[in-house]
Design a protein around this ligand. Structure first.
Ligand SMILES: [Zn+2]
Length: 594
């Protein structure tokens, strides 16, 4: 009985186990079929956009170049041969036949000023005029569209570039009467190409109360004619006498007016970038108010270009507000704010770059410190505390050394434990001239060299005069030495200082040729693939975005640029002829010029 009962129990147990096993098998079968179904679903997922018949340079070493690319939503779905990608075409897929043209990852501008680009586009560009009378015509046309009292602004005129001297000129400079006659109700301010002088009309001078008895300020001159009347040209500090009235008027704008102006600047900057193939933009310094509007526009899907923004403000402001401003990937990866910006020195052209030894062409000067080491150190501490990247503008060798020292000191001081620079990705903006002893420190410390290819060639004519041959050769724009040290070197334009065009900076990076065609220490030039990567994946890395940007790898954002020429293989001289045919952001064509 006891045995029988045991056997029965045993049988029950066996049945139970068998049924469990069957259930297990059924469950597995279900699972297997579910997996199979989802595999088919993936295989059947059709692309929203495909690019066929192209030379698509993925910049991903594992993928190399491919014929075709498919995007679904804002991501890359697949890359490969035409045959493979064609299978992803559905009824609603947009198809672009590249006709053999080259596509590259969307360019990432590594350091420029977004609102600055928008502002520069709203004022008259006088850099290409042939004569003063052309300037007068442009101002007259602008007055027709302006409200009475509104300032007319322009920039870029240069009397030496005109085909003839203006009538009644003083030392070649134009006099105000011709413009004043057509602008009775509007003040006019036109900045000289050098940035070291400005022209004002009669209305502007009247607002500032300038007349024949106004004395020259220290460090500036009000140019006057033989009768002692101001002609309208003000050099250096003298320009401030009039321009401060314009800025005063700007400050009287209501918050709503300011916002509208800023919104317009952001829209213009985005159009300009997209027309040149820039799909992501690293903004080198915006205020909290600017970031507020950027956030609003990102959330409404209105930014156009993906922004990664450095905050530029005082340490006090940072300490008060920083806690609320760290944002990553807001508005479908259109806005990230996780970096701080400060400038520790000036520029080389104006001898503001801070050097270890005096300037070769000005032995009494070694440049200047535009922010104290103490304030940059404090900003770095704030950055470390709040998890922000720290980006410091440093051009001279002294400035670069000081910043590397600050970074090391701040990392070393945190609870006695050394921080790994590579996990922080702090950056030196420009890193133009570095002492040979400091070059390897970039790689060792993991500090990013955020450089601009085009600065090298536009500065080239005065680098040797300022630094002397040895310093220029050993330390100026040393892209190869930095990369060999293990440093990440990014690329960009510093627009509006230079045009935001990545092709011009790519050309400068691979040739190091200035306008006259002369190469500047060509041993430091980048290969074309190095230059492309400096403008894509290196910038992505420098923003902690290498998982979503910088190469045309499936899974990353579908940000792609199609060019009229293959910049990777055409003869050097033809690189500059490459035009943007399509700009694609998040799988959508946002610019085309077919
Ligand atoms: Zn800058």
């Amino acid at each position: 009985m006891a045995r029988g009962a045991r056997a029965a129990r045993h049988a029950v147990t066996i049945r139970f186990v068998v049924s469990l096993f069957a259930r297990f098998v059924r469950l597995n079968l279900l699972l297997v079929s579910a997996i199979a179904a989802s595999v088919t679903a993936v295989a059947q997922k059709k692309a929203d956009l495909v690019l066929l018949n192209g030379n698509i340079v993925t910049a991903d070493d594992r993928l190399g170049s491919v014929q075709a690319l498919a995007a679904r939503g804002d991501r890359i779905l697949a890359v490969g041969t035409d045959a493979r990608i064609r299978r992803l075409i559905g009824d609603d897929t947009k198809i672009i036949d590249l006709g053999g043209r080259t596509a590259v990852p969307g360019f990432i501008e590594g350091h420029a000023h977004f609102t600055g680009i928008g502002d520069a586009m709203q004022i008259l560009d006088l850099s290409k005029v042939e004569s003063w009378s052309e300037v007068v015509d442009m101002v007259a046309a602008a007055v027709q569209k302006a409200a009475p009292g509104e300032w007319i602004r322009g920039r870029g005129w240069h009397q030496e570039k005109w085909s003839k001297r203006p009538d009644g000129n003083v030392k070649g400079f134009p006099t105000h009467q011709s413009i004043s006659a057509v602008t009775p109700d509007n003040p006019v301010a036109l900045t000289h190409a050098s940035g070291h002088a400005a022209f004002f009309n009669a209305k502007a001078m009247a607002i500032a109360g300038v007349n024949s008895s106004t004395p020259d300020p220290d460090g500036g001159e009000i140019l006057k004619n033989a009768e002692g009347e101001p002609i309208g040209v003000f050099s250096e500090t003298a320009a401030g006498i009039v321009s401060r009235h314009r800025r005063g008027q700007e400050l009287r704008r209501t918050p709503a007016q300011r916002r509208e102006l800023l919104r317009r600047q952001l829209e213009l900057a985005a159009q300009e970038c997209l027309s040149k193939g820039v799909t992501s933009f690293q903004d080198a310094g915006s205020s909290f108010a600017e970031i507020d509007l950027m956030r609003e526009m990102a959330e409404a899907g209105e930014l156009g270009v993906r922004l990664w923004v450095m905050i530029r403000t005082s340490n006090t402001q940072l300490e008060h507000k920083l806690g609320n401003y760290r944002m990553v990937g807001v508005g479908d990866d259109f806005l990230t704010v996780r970096a701080l910006k400060r400038s520790i020195d000036g520029a080389l052209g104006s001898r503001g770059a801070w050097l270890l030894e005096p300037y070769s062409d000005s032995p009494q000067s070694s440049g200047l410190e535009t922010a104290s080491v103490a304030s940059v150190t404090r900003m770095a501490e704030i950055g470390l505390q709040h998890g922000f990247q720290v980006c410091v503008h440093a051009i001279g060798d002294r400035a670069n050394r000081e910043v590397l020292d600050i970074f090391e000191k701040v990392w070393g001081s945190r609870s006695g434990e050394r921080v790994d620079g590579r996990s922080l990705r702090w950056r030196i903006e420009h890193a133009q001239h570095i002492h040979p002893d400091d070059i390897p420190r970039f790689g060792q410390l993991g500090v990013i060299a955020s450089m601009q290819g085009v600065h090298c060639t536009s500065d080239a004519p005065y680098v040797i005069p300022r630094l002397g041959e040895q310093r220029a050769r050993e330390g100026a724009y040393v892209w190869q030495d930095l990369m060999r040290s293990g440093a990440v070197v990014t690329n960009g334009t510093d627009a509006p200082v230079e045009d935001v065009d990545p092709i011009a900076s790519f050309y400068a990076s691979v040739t190091r040729r200035d306008r006259s065609g002369k190469p500047f220490y060509p041993a430091q030039a980048m290969s074309r693939m190095e230059a492309l990567k400096s403008y894509t994946i290196a910038c992505a890395y420098a923003a902690f975005e290498e998982d979503i940007k910088g190469t045309l790898t499936p899974g990353k954002l579908a940000d792609v640029v199609v060019l009229s020429k293959d910049i990777m293989t055409v003869p050097e001289a033809e690189i500059l002829d490459a035009d943007v045919v399509y700009t694609i952001v998040g799988g959508k064509v946002v610019f085309e010029d077919v």
